[in-house]
Design a protein around this ligand. Structure first.
Ligand code: NDP
Ligand code: X2W
Length: 308
């Protein structure tokens, strides 16, 4: 039987991108509310309860409320917000992050979609903690830049409409200056770290794309080398086509990495940059914040959940 899918928040940044990806699909019945009905709780409740799978593209509190509105209906959820990323009873929706994760998503009742920075950071860290190359007490630092669509409708308007009172004129800015970004808990938990990683995010004046940098000192890493790190990535990501591990000689031939290189795709590239003597490594993940970092991952999770 054709499964029905409802995107709650379909007129927002993430929701719209998911709706675009699902338009024209004949294997699902897409339930939809008009823009002016997006906050009509009676209609939302009916759709949340009728759907086989509901994809939540809402602020955290509204996502928690949506789950409560469908209680007892059997609806399966994919939540794009931060609300359930370290919550019990929710499967983390990053199929390539752990052996067996894909199967867990296929059978899950509730899936939490990862954050965009988290997707890049966990992709770089988890293979190394699993392989024993990165000690779990390593003090990890994550420096990242995102396209401004990562801030949703409000930041898009601030960056694009110079006439607004709260317009942002900068070409590039740092934020989360108190070092308590909302992605830190999921990165710590899903990478298997003991210490909170330090996450310093930035936004650039480009719509979509993201680089996540993790600098590492190899002498503090259980004897890791650039080759063992590359090999750990290559074996972790073997047999799938979403995460590409760039060959070290191809990385060495680059003079720069463009944060927009993956814009418009649902894939991610990983680079192992290194000093000649191998003493210092900079791991880089390159992705579209709205692709593998949000809507692309949500559709990937939906397709897995539709398998049962
Ligand atoms: N943008 C991104 O790159 C990413 C965002 N996310 C997460 O996805 C979620 C949505 O983010 P994003 O798409 O950027 O946000 P937007 O602000 O662009 O869109 C949110 C949508 O939800 C609607 N909405 C808000 N509150 C309610 C409510 N109580 N009931 C019904 N609808 C409501 C909004 O309507 P209205 O216009 O009336 O406010 C809007 O249409 C957030 O939790 C965010 O953290 C996840 C990954 C990446
Ligand atoms: C540029 C920007 O503001 N980005 C957002 C994160 C977007 C994202 O992917 O995170 P969520 O899935 O947790 O919303 C932020 O830092 O809050």
């Amino acid at each position: 039987m054709t499964k029905s899918v409802f995107i709650d928040g379909e007129h927002g940044t993430t929701g719209l991108q998911i709706a675009e990806r699902l338009a024209g699909r004949t294997d699902i019945n897409l339930l939809s509310l008009a823009m002016e009905e997006r906050r009509d709780n009676e209609k939302r409740t009916a759709m949340l309860r009728d759907a086989d799978i509901a994809i939540l593209c809402l602020p955290d509190d509204a996502a928690r409320e949506a789950v409560a509105l469908a209680e007892g209906s059997g609806t399966r959820f994919i939540d794009a917000s931060t609300a359930h990323r370290v919550a019990d009873g929710w499967v983390y929706g990053f199929a390539e992050s752990e052996p067996g994760q894909r199967e867990k998503i296929i059978h899950a009742q509730n899936v939490s979609n990862p954050g965009c920075y988290s997707t890049g950071a966990i992709a770089l860290l988890r293979p190394l903690t699993l392989a024993g190359l990165l000690p779990d007490d390593y003090p990890v630092t994550i420096n990242a830049v995102s396209g401004y669509t990562g801030g949703g409708k409000q930041m898009i308007a601030q960056m694009e409409d110079a006439a607004r009172e709260d317009a942002i004129a900068s070409p590039y800015f740092a934020y989360a200056l108190t070092l308590k970004h909302k992605h830190v808990p999921e990165i710590k938990a899903r990478s298997g770290l003991k210490l909170d990683p330090i996450l310093t995010p930035n936004v650039g004046r480009f719509a979509q794309g993201m680089l996540v940098n993790i600098p590492l000192h190899t002498q503090a890493m259980n004897g890791a080398t650039r080759e063992t790190i590359y090999n750990a990535f290559a074996s972790h990501y073997a047999g799938q086509d979403i995460v590409e591990v760039v060959a070290n000689d191809a990385t060495d031939a680059l003079v720069r990495i463009d944060p927009t290189e993956m814009a418009g795709t649902d894939r991610m590239k990983l680079y192992v940059c290194a000093r000649d003597d191998g003493s210092q490594i900079n791991l880089v993940a390159s992705l579209d914040n709205l692709g593998k970092g949000a809507s692309g991952a949500a559709v990937q999770n939906l397709d897995l959940m539709l398998m049962v």
